[in-house]
Each structure stands twice: as structure tokens, then as C-alpha cells.
Design a protein around this ligand. Sequence first.
Ligand SMILES: Cc1cc2nc3c(=O)[nH]c(=O)nc-3n(C[C@H](O)[C@H](O)[C@H](O)COP(=O)(O)OP(=O)(O)OC[C@H]3O[C@@H](n4cnc5c(N)ncnc54)[C@H](O)[C@@H]3O)c2cc1C
Length: 378
Amino acid sequence: MKIWLKKNQCTGCGACSNICPKGAIEMIEDECGFKYPVINQSKCINCGLCKKTCPIVSKFESNRLNEPKVYATWSKDEENRYISTSGGMFFELAKYIIKNKGYVIGARYNKDNMVEHYLVNDLKGVEELRQSKYLQSDTKNIFKETLETLKSKKLVLFAGAPCQIAGLMKFLKKDYDNLITVEFICRGVNSPKAYRAWLSEIEKLENSKVTKVWFKYKVNGWKSSPRCTRVDLANGNYRIYNGNSNKYMSGYLGPNLYIRPSCGNCYFKNLPRQADITLADFWGINSNLDDDKGTSLVLLNSKKGIDIFEKINNNINYNERKFNEILEGNGCFNNSVHINSKSEKFLKSLTADNFSKQVNKYTKFFILTKIKNKIKKI
Ligand SMILES: Cc1cc2nc3c(=O)[nH]c(=O)nc-3n(C[C@H](O)[C@H](O)[C@H](O)COP(=O)(O)OP(=O)(O)OC[C@H]3O[C@@H](n4cnc5c(N)ncnc54)[C@H](O)[C@@H]3O)c2cc1C
């Protein structure tokens, strides 16, 4: 039995493996580093629950608003705002949940520097969830854990990519009053294999283990942060990779070299959104709301979203905006990225020490093709 029709439809959200009553579905990494469900036929009882739960096969019918409220916001806590990827909204929302003895679920680095979803119930844990990690997060058994936690009636905030929220909602089968879901506008998730190859190249060069990666490092301001990454090392040093020296982001932004195939045809763009709240960078916001320290775009997609926003708005600066403004600066709101046609070849060719060389090679090819296409058009 196959859950989805084509490989490039599966987002790897893990809803099928979480729902399987026989534990017959394992998420297994393919040659390109992306996880896909593999069914153990000897355990499978053909109940069809996996297919029923897949958010690609059928969507969860939610009550998300078709006309969400739109805000430009940023945290009043300057330290949080600097550390956070955009304006620090996630941390403000999570702080409210923790203050009310609830649980927060989001993506953090594990001991091998890979990204996985994790449940926390204190501020120290929330700090680990903060910041964007530009690779696919492994959801493991987190949907099952979320359900168990929801049954305790405590508040639960679940943050993730839109496809992960879609998977969670299909798994839960209903919306819970004590659940608040938060998603981000997503440009696509990268292959953990590419990320591992980049880290291993740095570790070899520096002769030291990487201890933390800080994407969108704001040392030169928010607007130039997408290509600025800070990497901390076990020997106490840190490196800042900026612009062209930032090989990982150079292969991601533009050439789209290692984005998951399903992101090229994302089912979760546009309205209505998957989550109660959508977060993003408010790219293109007018200058009186942009001091280059990070301005968040917030969409409130449900009554629950509006309610929690009202509870935290003493801790943030906010300004209501028109919906059309978000489309000008954030094309990923309603468009999927174009996956590089050489992506599969690139990922299969990666070894522990050829990451930069391969990115240079394939990026050159990407630029040449772009020029060729422009000339052809003319
Ligand atoms: C892969 C990816 C692509 C993105 N693409 C865009 C884009 O095209 N345009 C745009 O405006 N914004 C994009 N964002 C969102 C943006 O980077 C910020 O995450 C968002 O604006 C929230 O910022 P913040 O300051 O409120 O909080 P932050 O603390 O920065 O919030 C990060 C939140 O995202 C969760 N998270 C981090 N990494 C992952 C991951 N790999 N998988 C699942 N959850 C994760 C964290 O747990 C936390 O809840 C993207 C984020 C990611 C992870």
C-alpha cells in the first residue's frame, strides 16, 4: 500500500507514522536525506488510517478565517528581538503559555546538531526552540505526545511549518480549545543531508565540533540577516559566514539546491491558513515600522489566535496593516519555490568534505542558466 501518489507529494510530516496503531510505519531517510514513510508489510493490517490521516490526501476542515487580522509587530524585549529570527513574536507567545503552566512544542537542535520537534514546559526549553533552523525538523512521535498533553487540559502551543500543522490537525481529527497552533510562511525546508555535509566541512576545517548554528544572525541588521549565519565551535571560537562565504544559505536562497521536492508544489499556501497564528518577516514594511532590528508579520487566523494576541499585546509593539501589504514583500505566502532541476544530482553527490565545492559548481550552473534564459527571452 502507498500513502501518497508520488514521492514529491509527501511532506514528511509524520502524521501517518504517528497514527499507525501497529507501529508499522517508519520514517526513513532516502539518498537525498529526506525522510519518507516506509510501511513494514508484516505489521500492516491494511486499516487505511495512514492514508486517511495524510494531509495531502485530504485536508483538515478548519474554521480558519478567510480574512485574517494582519499586524506588523515586534517584541519590546530588545534582547529577545535580537536573538529571534524576525521580531521575536514566537518567544512572546511561548512566554505567555509557560506563565500559565502550559507546554510549548517547537523545533530545536539535538546533540548531533540536527533538528527535531520537542516539548518543553519552562523558559529555558523555549529558548532552545527559538530561532529558525533552515532544514527539515524531524517530528518523530510529537503528534502522539501533543495529544497526550492536550488531554491534561493544560494550554499547548505547537509551532511548526504549515505542512506540520496540517499533519497535526489531521492526526488530532479535531481542534482543541487548549491548543494554539503557530506556523510560519515557509520558503521550503532543506535536506538534513546537505546541512550535515556543511557542518562536517566546517568541523574538519576548524578542527573543532560545531556547538550551535545561529541562522539570520542580526549583527549587521535584520535586512541583511538572511545570508548571515553564526556558527559556534566547541573550542570557544565562533565564525560568521556572510554573503558569498555563507555556502549553506547561498545554495538555499536563489538556486534552491536542497529543498524538499514537495515544497515545489506546496499544498498549504495562501488562505485559509493551517494554524491559528502565522508568523513571518514583514519584508517591505514601510520605513517608520522598520528600524532594521526585525519586524514580524502576524496573521491572526482564528478566534483563539486573536484572544492570545490580546493577552500578550502589552509586551509587543503592534500596528494593524492591510492584507495586500504582505504579498508585496513575501512571495512565499502564495507561491511555492521552484526546485532546482539538478537538486537530486547535487544531493546524491554530497560527501563529508565536498559541500562548498559542489555548491560553487551548481550555483555557477544556476547563474549561467539564468543568463541564458534571459538572453533567450530577449
Ligand atoms: C524553513 C523555514 C523557512 C522560512 N521561510 C520564510 C519565508 O519565506 N518568509 C518569511 O517571512 N519567513 C520565513 N520563515 C519564518 C521566519 O524565519 C521566522 O521563523 C518567523 O518569522 C518567526 O520569527 P520570530 O522572531 O517570531 O521567532 P523565532 O524564535 O525565530 O521562531 C522560530 C519558530 O519556528 C520554529 N522553527 C524553527 N525552525 C524550524 C523548522 N526547521 N521546522 C519547524 N519549525 C521550526 C521554532 O520552534 C519557533 O517556533 C521561515 C522559517 C523556517 C524555519
